[in-house]
Design a protein around this ligand. Structure first.
Ligand code: ZN
Length: 242
């Protein structure tokens, strides 16, 4: 029986190693994904900023047309001035010229504002573009490194998976079945030691009688709380009895 328990302990060690390797691979992949996400967000900001520029350009052109119209009206009214006869007509034209000149000034100010905003946004676009390009290059290099690292881990994993197959085949079928079921239900941890009378799977103290049973190792002992398979780990200062 002790031999079967040792096989279970070994199997757990192998499975924990596989889980650790899988975890490392997942972390590498998550880092790359997070950086891809950051770049995608920057590109979205870039697209939004370009849209803003486009919109401001459109407004600027519309205002420019307003400005040109006002200029044309001023010229037209000024030409008319030479032809008018009455002071009333003269006054009316002067008023219109004044209004259009005001509009000329006002549209010119607005155009300048648009151009300033566009210039500012274009600077932002340039900065963002450079950032994106830089990060994409860095990420491409790092992705290459990460992919190599993942391949390396997968090679080691293959070896460990082979070990697992051998170890599993060596175990009594009913134990293996119970172990696999537990592994699945208990987040990859099916076989745990007792430390100071405490189950190292759920950290709940076990009845002293059970600690003794586990220590004897005559049968498979399960933690009454988490149902994990228990084994006894000899403390260094403890002499092996029996
Ligand atoms: Zn437990």
């Amino acid at each position: 029986m002790k031999e079967e328990i040792n096989k279970l302990i070994n199997l757990q060690a192998i499975d924990s190693e596989i889980a650790g390797l899988d975890d490392t691979i997942a972390k590498h992949q998550a880092t790359v994904t997070a950086r891809e996400q950051t770049i995608a967000e920057q590109q979205e900001t870039l697209a939004n900023t370009r849209n803003k520029i486009e919109l401001l350009n459109q407004k600027q052109l519309e205002t420019k047309a307003e400005h040109d119209d006002a200029g044309a009206r001023v010229k037209e009214r000024q030409n008319k001035m030479m032809l008018v006869q009455t002071s009333r007509e003269h006054q009316a034209l002067l008023k219109e010229i004044e209004e259009n000149k005001r509009l000329l000034k006002e549209t010119e100010d607005r155009i300048l504002q648009f151009l300033e905003q566009i210039e500012q946004l274009e600077k932002e676009v340039t900065t963002l573009e450079n950032q994106c390009i830089g990060e994409q290059q860095l990420l491409a290099e790092d992705t290459n490194t990460v992919e190599k690292e993942i391949k390396r881990i997968e090679v080691s994993k293959k070896t460990v998976v082979n070990q697992r197959e051998k170890q599993a085949a060596d175990l009594q079928a009913n134990y293996l079945k119970r172990y696999n079921k537990l592994l699945d239900k208990r987040a990859g941890l099916a076989v745990v030691p007792i430390n100071d009378g405490v189950c190292q799977g759920c950290y709940i103290a076990l009845p002293p009688q059970q600690v003794n049973d586990v220590r004897k190792g005559d049968k498979i002992n399960l933690c009454p709380t988490c149902q994990r398979i228990l084994y006894y780990q000899e403390q260094e200062d403890e002499a092996v009895t029996e």
